[in-house]
Ligand binder design. Structure first.
Ligand code: IMP
Ligand code: MG
Length: 176
């Protein structure tokens, strides 16, 4: 028999105050005109909603879906698009919004795909980063928190589709 438990890693207040800081930084960094925020489904939706409201600039939002091919993601680095953007990003200032960067496979792939569509600029904002796990290089402009190599849930992040609605970010211990 085994059970899994949650250990608090980043409380809600810390998440929210860090997102306010990121929003201020993004507000300062970008030129006039709308920022195209592109969230990766599904985990980044919560971060997108809070980050968008922390940016004092016009924003557009869109969503993209990505999945790995079976269990091969970490070894082969193969990923595929399951839902594309609704609109063109040509000439736009695009900011990809992601919940967590782990191996880097997902964002390495997505950044290549979106760069081919000729946006004016293309940057990445990730709430969490596990740099020790990286197997593909990713150039991240905005990071909320660097975390150790532990499996986390909450604030959009799931384990088997559970825990996304936790307000804090927690380590899922003894996961089966
Ligand atoms: P990467 O392609 O390995 O960088 O993986 C990124 C994706 O893996 C994220 O968008 C998450 O969906 C998932 N992921 C990676 N680490 C965690 C974690 O600790 N908790 C929940 N999901 C994770
Ligand atoms: Mg994800």
């Amino acid at each position: 028999m085994s059970s899994s438990g949650l250990r608090l890693l980043i409380p809600e207040e810390k998440i929210q105050s860090r997102i306010r800081e990121l929003g201020e930084q993004i507000t300062r960094d970008y030129p006039q005109g709308p920022i195209y925020l592109i969230a990766i489904l599904k985990g980044a939706c919560f971060f997108l909603a809070d980050l968008a409201r922390a940016i004092r600039r016009p924003v557009r939002i869109d969503f993209i879906g990505i999945s790995s091919y079976g269990r091969s993601k970490t070894t082969s680095g193969e990923v595929k698009l399951t839902k594309d953007l609704d609109a063109s990003i040509e000439g736009a200032d695009v900011l990809i919004v992601e919940d967590i960067i782990d191996t880097g496979v997902t964002l390495h792939y997505l950044a290549q795909v979106l760069a081919q569509r000729q946006p004016r600029s293309l940057r990445i904002a990730a709430l969490l980063d596990k740099p020790s796990r990286r197997i593909r290089p990713v150039d991240v402009a905005y990071v909320g928190f660097e975390i150790p190599d532990e499996f986390v849930v909450g604030y959009g992040l799931d384990y088997a589709e559970e825990y996304r609605n936790l307000r804090d970010i927690c380590v899922l211990e003894d996961r089966q």
